[in-house]
Design a protein around this ligand. Structure first.
Ligand SMILES: CC(C)(COP(=O)(O)OP(=O)(O)OC[C@H]1O[C@@H](n2cnc3c(N)ncnc32)[C@H](O)[C@@H]1OP(=O)(O)O)[C@@H](O)C(=O)NCCC(=O)NCCS
Length: 176
């Protein structure tokens, strides 16, 4: 999307009624982002209805937050945040579990706005740092995390997604 100051976007906290729309954005953005990184079969079988159930459960959890980017009453992206899940991290470490925008809405600053909202929430809850995991082949996301101040902290993990081995790197930033 062209940068245009007339474009009106808002960022707000998501409620459970947004589960289906978030699931649709999630899967659409996954397919656009990971085609070529993860097997097509896996991406093609992703189901909005199954993902909607996941989001309903997540949005019911008081300790986590989802913020959505809205454009003309439609959700065009989201960020999902809460306490870090890794055992080597203390309970003052937050995590961005996921941040996804529809392709047409990437590159106009919404990712940074979502990040700022998520980290404001984490900071208000007492977090002193934030981590995020990223696929080592996802160069756009790596640039994004670096742009918001994150640096690789040395943690990495291997996973198998759709039968293909992938490597994820953990990025970290201080919130104080
Ligand atoms: C990663 C993502 C959330 C970033 O949000 P965004 O709104 O596109 O990014 P912004 O416009 O706020 O730009 C922030 C920085 O991200 C980087 N970036 C954004 N789009 C980029 C692109 N197409 N190529 C390379 N870097 C890019 C740049 O460093 C940019 O900083 P700059 O504008 O000073 O150059 C978004 O591009 C996206 O949803 N990508 C697909 C899903 C994804 O990979 N999610 C992360 C999973 S770990």
């Amino acid at each position: 999307m062209r940068r245009d100051s007339r474009q009106k976007f808002t960022i707000q906290r998501a409620g459970i009624e947004s589960s289906n729309a978030i699931a649709a954005v999630h899967i659409d953005s996954w397919r656009a982002t990971y085609r070529g990184h993860i097997p097509d079969d896996y991406l093609d079988q992703l189901s909005v209805s199954a993902r909607t159930e996941f989001w309903k459960a997540e949005l019911a959890r008081e300790e986590n937050r989802v913020f959505i980017a809205m454009h003309n009453d439609s959700i065009c992206g989201f960020i999902h945040t809460g306490l870090a899940r890794d055992e080597d991290l203390d309970d003052r470490t937050g995590e961005v579990y996921a941040v996804y925008l529809l392709s047409d809405f990437q590159g106009v600053g919404l990712g940074v706005k979502l990040w700022e909202e998520a980290t404001r929430h984490l900071r208000n809850g007492g977090a002193t740092r934030c981590v995020a995991w990223v696929l080592d082949t996802n160069q756009t996301a790596i640039s994004f995390y670096q742009r918001v101040g994150c640096r690789p902290d040395g943690a990495r993990k291997c996973d198998v997604i759709g039968g293909r081995e992938v490597t994820e790197l953990r990025y970290q930033v201080s919130l104080v």
